[in-house]
Every structure is written in C-alpha cells, then in structure tokens.
Design a protein. Sequence first.
Length: 240
Amino acid sequence: MESQDPAVVEAVKASGESTLEKAIAKAKETFDQLMNVSLNIAVTGKTGSGKSSFINALRGLNDEDDGAAPTGVTETTMEPTMYEHPAVPNVKIWDLPGIGSPNFKANKYLKDVKFHTYDFFIILNSERFMENDVMLAKEIKKQNKNFYFVRSKIENDILAEQRKKGFDEQNILCKIRKDCQKNLKELGDPKVFLISSFELEKYDFKIFQNTLEEEVPDHKRSALQQAWPVCSSHIIMYLL
Ligand SMILES: Nc1nc2c(ncn2[C@@H]2O[C@H](COP(=O)(O)OP(=O)(O)O)[C@@H](O)[C@H]2O)c(=O)[nH]1
Ligand SMILES: [Mg+2]
C-alpha cells in the first residue's frame, strides 16, 4: 500500500516509520489511546449569562441540589470548576467564571481561566450579541478549535414579546436564531441552540444534548489533530 502522494510520503516520514502500514499502525495505537482520554469542554460567556445553571441542567440537577454548580444573581463562579458529563465517559465540562465582571475583566480573562487548555467550547449568551462574544469566538478560531453557541434564557425573550400585538413564538425564535447565525458567520459558523435552563422540554435543550453526544467523537478527533501534529490529517484519514 505504498502511496505516491507527496503529502502521505511526508506524513510517513514525519511518523518516523519506514512504511505507510507501520505509520498507520503507530497512528492507530496512539489514536485509540487518545480517543480514550478526556475531552475538556469549557462553558464560557458573560457573567450571569446562565453558564452554571446550564451545566446543572445538563447534569440533571436542580440549582439547589448537593454537588450542583453554584448559581445566582451575583457572581458565584470564581474559578474554573470541572464536572463529569453524566452520560458520556471521558467528557469533562468546565464551568468557567464569567467574562466581564470586575474580577474577570475581558483583557485578562483568557489568561485567568487558562482558555487555551480546553479542547472545545460552548459560548453562552443571554441577550444581544456582544463584543465579548466576538472576542471569545475569535480566540477559539485562532486556536483552530470549535464551539457551539447557546443563546440562553430564551423564555424571557418570549415572555417580553408576548405582550406585543401579532405575537408569533416561532417567528421570534427564528429571528433570534438568524441574528445569532448572522453575527457568527465569519466567526466559525457554529451550531446555534436556543435554550431555557428553566424549561428543558421546550426549545433546543434536547437537541443540544443529542448533538453533543453524537459529536463527541468528532470533537475528540479535532482535539487530537491539534494535540498531535505528527499525526497529519493524511494518516488520520486512513484510520477513520
Ligand atoms: N429566566 C432564566 N433565568 C436563568 C436561566 N438560566 C439561569 N438563569 C438565572 O440567571 C442568573 C445567573 O445564572 P448563573 O447560572 O449563575 O450564571 P453564570 O454567571 O453564567 O454562571 C441566576 O439567577 C439564574 O437563576 C434561564 O434559562 N432563564
Ligand atoms: Mg457561574
């Protein structure tokens, strides 16, 4: 199975093996090991956007339950805190402090929360698209990583709009979704989910859960490609 493709020849050379078969075997071993390691997902966004409440919802906990992430109307998350995903092994969800509070000013935030150490991100936003969302998305893109965009507290938007004449829930949801997508188009074009951590049966919460569970292998693969430059995409292609 010798390939003439210069990129493959180069990748075999970089692997330190003499043949493509051996390079694939070595890549597979490392790949299997790495697929068993953790995927670190950081939940980030503005302070008070609902990050900790969202993580509790993902873990099937109420905010007051033992072991739940502290939530509240004042700043409660003072350092990155890890929670295991309840259904997917090796997935760690990190509850990050909020960006933009006096304790975590935007200009120092990335360093303070060790932003570069996570593999995948969820940006949570509870209102209009803001400058800090752009900054976070750009930073994730710069690191060649990916994120989902979650627009939270969506039931509040519905409640406010209900007071207007000609209210149409689907219309409002569609408008918010399109606005998020428009703002994110140049910033990685991520999947957008509209959720309420208080009404999990409504909106996109279930879709979010399913998407995350289905896409964990993809996210691990991308993390692997970031972490292991020798394993070029040409070799990985043979493994999948
Ligand atoms: N209406 C509404 N309030 C929410 C929702 N999620 C969180 N909150 C409230 O928003 C406030 C901040 O939530 P928290 O999870 O602590 O935000 P964090 O600072 O991003 O971690 C708390 O009072 C929560 O109860 C939601 O989906 N809908
Ligand atoms: Mg919090």
